[in-house]
Design a protein around this ligand. Sequence first.
Ligand SMILES: Cc1cc2nc3c(=O)[nH]c(=O)nc-3n(C[C@H](O)[C@H](O)[C@H](O)COP(=O)(O)OP(=O)(O)OC[C@H]3O[C@@H](n4cnc5c(N)ncnc54)[C@H](O)[C@@H]3O)c2cc1C
Length: 397
Amino acid sequence: MTASNTFDHVIVGGGLQGCLLAHAIAHHQPAARVLLAERANDLCGNHTWSFHASDIPASARSWLDPLISKSWPGYSVSFPGLSRRVGIAYQTIASDDLREATLRLAAGEAGEVGRGGFEVVCGEPCEIVSPTCVRIGETTLINCTAVLDCRGRAAAVKSPSGVGYQSFIGHEYETDRPWPVSEPTVMDVRADQACGFEFLYELPFGPQRVLLEYTRFSEEPICSESRAEELIAARLREAGVTATSRLRSERGCLPMPYSAPTGGKLVPVAGGYAGGWYHAATGYSMPLAVRFADIVAQVEPVSIAAALSKEAANDSLRRSFSRLLNRLLFCLVRPADRWKIFRRFYRVLSEEQISRFYAHRFTTADAARIVIGRPPTGLAPIRFAKSFFPRTGPGLA
Ligand SMILES: Cc1cc2nc3c(=O)[nH]c(=O)nc-3n(C[C@H](O)[C@H](O)[C@H](O)COP(=O)(O)OP(=O)(O)OC[C@H]3O[C@@H](n4cnc5c(N)ncnc54)[C@H](O)[C@@H]3O)c2cc1C
């Protein structure tokens, strides 16, 4: 670190949100002085972060596009009785690519972007002392105009009391023959659903490179390794290819809250999982993490909290509705019937409605279309109307 220890922004946590934020600030405020502090030895962990292209607001495209590792023109879903191609571009950022791009920014290799000075510190614990001060390691105090808390799930300032879970085990393979499908399959729900909602997720990265990820929605954060291996092996057989090597693996678990968060105040400003900037009903972080980064990067550090509160207020009904969907999924439907909610979603929604839903920009009419239907996989109209008046006020998560 340089001798000067005064920055405009200190970003604490170099995962998805922290790195996106660094790129957004470097683009919108190239003269800003930014420090990114990550406690692990490396930025970004080990992930493939996918999203619908329509999740990304136009103002974020210029800084986000160079970070994209792979794009496909559309994707498919497959359920018993329904197969559909969705013509919305699907994109992925690999954590290796985001890490390299962020380190290039720190090395001053991004030209004018980030010319104010962008520093990265990894491998040191970082404690937030106040909204304008952090401690790195045992003793180094760093002052700034705004501390931005991007410490992820472990630092979530508000904890919901009711949650289900989405758990994943994924492996990326090199194969002996070309993968037979050129676009992703975002949900392949053809396996037996007796144990709850489970499916395979498939990203063909290259002619002979594919990520196959087992996903399970359940009450507990548990994913069976043997079940994942079984479904992945079956898909490789069906595709008529042999995996010649396993290139990487990823696993993890995402909470899907269905009750309103309680406690906690947004001091300092918190993004990503720490601040509830993720889509509670899909588990995708990208749409709201990009939105958070783009808002923060376009205002002066002293105006960040006000800009975010305004956005959160605009979005609060959508956040309540996402939790309602999780309640429908985890509390009102038998585990073996959960998949039918998703089949209904893909059966009744237009591509415009699907893209608004994933982008967390859906309208009340979209919300009604998603849930009003015959129970158990739909809600009666009166129950749907009541869902917009939650007993606990909507918060930031
Ligand atoms: C297997 C899997 C697949 C997923 N796929 C997708 C997907 O396709 N699309 C999508 O949008 N989302 C996806 N998600 C969700 C997404 O990965 C997370 O929601 C997202 O990473 C949250 O971003 P974040 O920056 O808040 O947290 P993280 O990415 O977890 O980053 C938090 C960072 O803060 C660091 N940290 C914590 N405490 C401190 C401290 N005191 N000092 C310094 N650093 C600290 C951590 O080490 C970490 O690097 C997936 C999740 C999993 C588990």
